[in-house]
Design a binder for this molecule. Sequence first.
Ligand code: ZN
Ligand code: ZN
Length: 164
Amino acid sequence: MAWIGYILTTIGAFLVMEFLAWASHKYVMHGFLWSLHKDHHDGGYHPFQKNDAFFLIFAVPCWLSLMFGGLYHIGWLVAVGIGIFLYGWCYFLVHDVIIHQRFKWFKRSNSRYVKVIRWAHKMHHKHRQKEHGESFGLLIVPLKYWEKVKRDEKMNMPADTEVI
Ligand SMILES: [Zn+2]
Ligand SMILES: [Zn+2]
């Protein structure tokens, strides 16, 4: 496969991961593995959360694709592994650093996209319970959150996107 094929495979795997992250957040984390996700909805500051176990769970398919792809020289499988790896890093940076500020690495951004995903995730955390949640995705969020941020910008309202 030409390089462009591998790059497209990596981008495809990254996009599929956003879908899988949405589906597993909605149906697994707010489903039968709620016991691991619950402390992420409790509010307050916890240096470590049981919820962090999901990073290890998602690391398994990443590691398997890279290992078997490398061992048997299956290029597309390595490309998939790289896509999962990049998504994992992106999830950590966006969800744990930019949204929850577990590490104060960046100054608060004024970009509209950052405001939108922070607002959407704030709406996810508004619900403290397993049921009746909303906004389970991370990077791709419904239009209504974009519209809310645009309305606030028009009225010069400060972006109230603090997530606890
Ligand atoms: Zn949740
Ligand atoms: Zn969160």
